[in-house]
Structure formats: structure tokens, C-alpha cells
Design a protein around this ligand. Sequence first.
Ligand code: C5P
Length: 243
Amino acid sequence: MENPLIIALDFECADRAKDFLSGFEGESPYIKVGMELYYAEGPSLIRWLKEKNFRVFLDLKLHDIPTTVHKAMKVIGGLNVDMVNVHAAGGTAMMKAAKEGLLATGAQHTKLIAVTQLTSTTEKVLKEELLIKDTDLNESVTHYATLAKDSGLDGVVCSVQEARAIKNVCGDDFLTVTPGIRPEGSDTHDQARIATPAEAAVKGSDYMVIGRSITQSEKPAGTYKNILKEWRDAHENHFQTFA
Ligand code: C5P
């Protein structure tokens, strides 16, 4: 079974990130590098992570006109990352341009996924700030997922609560990458649509993205292992019961 846990390496500099990873002794967790760390360190850190055999999800959430995104993806494709993303709100022309940009560099293995609605977005924000009034969050997320699928993307970022509905509409192979995961009793921080690792395991999430619950934990490697165990136990119990 594929390792379903991606650690969000949300640190301000490479030294802190490398120091954190040194605590994982021999393991190579799947790592997400987001805006803070990438803007601080740039491609050299990505090359370092790939040399050390880490799988890398480069979470830059591109959202611009199609030509600009196409050119940016041609550069990102050269970094040989395992996953990268755009905002579905950029539209189908932009998403198709992103995919073509990646393929133009020969980065066939790089998964391209789309952010649907951020897991910090609530129903109130959707209606009162974004003025999306005719639809609810679930519908909006499923609609974005359909657009991403039609544009040739490999999956979406969504909350655990939406993962099953997306699989139902876009198929089981369409990836659901879910942030907003919090082990029982841990701080929710700024996340609004949260779920536990056990819920992620049974509700159609392919990958959990977890940052602060691991990076700010006293024993990150231990917390990482506990979360993986919670996911695997729940997955095994659920799918044995329903087999
Ligand atoms: O610390 P925490 O577990 O909340 O980290 C979640 C990570 O996932 C952050 O790096 C955040 O940028 C990212 N993310 C998210 N919601 C999305 C897309 C990405 O929280 N919709």
C-alpha cells in the first residue's frame, strides 16, 4: 500500500527544514514544499530533496493567465518534482496550459492537481466574500474537480468531507489530496474543514497533507508514525468489514 502521508514542510529556511528531516533517520517521507520555503530558497532546495530521494509535492498553487502558467510549468517540469498544483479557479484553459507546459518538459510522471476551495474557506466566505451564492461548498468543490478532470489533470486538493463525492463523479483513479487533517485533540489552527487521519482513511482520501501537527510536535518522527498507524488501522478495519 502506498504511503498516504505528505508532510507539509512549512519552515522559513532550508536549514530548519533539513534539521527537521534529519530526525527521520533513514526514512524518506513524502514532502510538500509550499510558498514560504520555496520563495526563501528556490529550486536549489528542491534539487537537494530530490538528490536525497525524497518525493516532493511543490505546492505553489499557480493562478495566472494560461501563457504565464504554461511557461512557469515548463520551468517546474525541469525540477523533476512528483506533484505540483494550480488553482482550479483559473479555469480550464489555464489548467490545460499547465498540463501542456509540464508535458513539454517530459515530466510525464509529475502529477498535476488543482486546488478546489481552500480548506480554510467556509460557507460564509464563499457566499459573503466570494459572492458564490447559488451553490454550496460541496457542489462548488465537485464542480471544480470535474473541470480539472476534463482539463486532463490527475486530481484535486480538497477536504476529506468532499473526497468521496469527488471519487463518485471523477472516478476512483482521480487523486484526492487532503489537507485540514488533525489527529484527535490537536489544535485546529486556521483550518475550517478538518478531519482525523482515521476519517481520511475511510472517506476516500488518497493522500493526507499534514503540517503543524507533525512539525510543531515534540517528537515529529513519532507523531508521523502514529498518524500513519491510525490511517492504516482504520483503512484495514473499514475495507475488511466492507470486503
Ligand atoms: O499545518 P497544516 O496541517 O494546517 O498544513 C496544511 C498545509 O496544506 C499547508 O502547507 C497549507 O498551505 C496546505 N493547504 C491547505 N489547504 C489547501 C491547500 C493546501 O491547507 N486547500
